[in-house]
Design a protein around this ligand. Structure first.
Ligand code: 9WO
Length: 253
């Protein structure tokens, strides 16, 4: 996978690609990266990249020319390249979309600044507008990092397949709580013990306890995932039973 990132502040992105797991993926030839500084394509002596919006309104927009010059330099119109604009108005980045994006040859990511970019650049170049969640950031760079992180780790050879299968969202449930040593943890709260069942060595009981914890957590934090999983028939008999017990025959969902 090749990542090409267009930004006015590429240093924000550059650091991530020198961090440990990513650096390893690059040295193994699984990932490659280039950053393009949009300001390098500004054409006046002040290297201006922003201008006021037509129709009035707050703030400034990124000018179309430097950005489209940068996109042309990135080869954005070539086949096997997918151009993505990170924006709160995009489609939501989910694990499924991350999987889909991880199958591309090259992703070209546009990081916006100010109040956004000229719509004509979106119309001409952008294949997908993608949002990482329902909140507004000050710029697109941190969203691009989230998208890069969510996709590169799905590439063959970056992390083990067993770890991927065990994660949150596999099976439509959130993760169970986890504990490591020490067995008794001295804390401002007093002595906190690891749940007894995890020390029992009884694998079947542990499996059931973890499943119950996952359902409880999902019910508390993400009832939408339970509703969706039921609708799509994602859950086995055992999971359905736990959901029913918790939510009173799913009435409460
Ligand atoms: C700010 C603004 C102010 C007044 C009127 C309209 C406005 N739109 C915006 C806006 O969308 N600013 C963005 C800032 C422009 C593109 C880069 N910025 C950004 C990206 N903020 N949040 C994101 C983002 C990207 C992906 N997922 C979540 C948030």
């Amino acid at each position: 996978m090749k990542y090409t990132v267009l930004s006015l502040f590429p240093e924000i992105i550059d650091t991530f690609f020198t961090a440990s797991i990513m650096a390893k993926a690059i040295s193994r030839g699984i990932v490659s990266y280039r950053s393009i500084n949009i300001r390098d394509y500004a054409f006046d002596k002040h290297k201006t990249c922003d201008d006021a919006p037509y129709g009035g309104g707050a703030g400034m927009l990124m000018m179309p020319e430097p950005l489209s010059q940068a996109l042309a330099a990135a080869g954005a119109k070539e086949a096997d390249k997918r151009v993505i604009y990170l924006s709160p108005s995009g489609r939501l980045l989910t694990q499924d979309l991350a999987k889909d994006l991880s199958r591309e040859q090259e992703l070209i990511l546009i990081c916006g600044r100010y109040e956004g970019i000229d719509q004509r650049v979106i119309d001409i170049y952008v294949d997908d507008e993608v949002s990482i969640g329902d909140y507004v950031l000050s710029s697109g760079e941190t969203a691009a990092l989230a998208l890069i992180d969510a996709t590169y780790r799905l590439l063959d050879g970056v992390i083990s397949h067993e770890s991927l299968d065990e994660e949150s969202f596999s099976g439509g449930l959130l993760e169970y709580p986890q504990y490591t040593r020490p067995e008794i943890y001295d804390n401002i709260q007093g002595q906190m013990r690891v749940p007894e069942i995890l020390l029992s060595g009884h694998h079947e009981n542990i499996r059931r306890w973890r499943l119950k914890k996952r359902v409880e957590k999902t019910f508390a934090n993400r009832p939408d995932l339970l509703r969706n999983g039921i609708k799509k028939g994602l859950f086995d008999e055992e999971t359905r039973k736990i959901i029913d017990e918790l939510s009173g025959i799913t009435e409460e969902l």
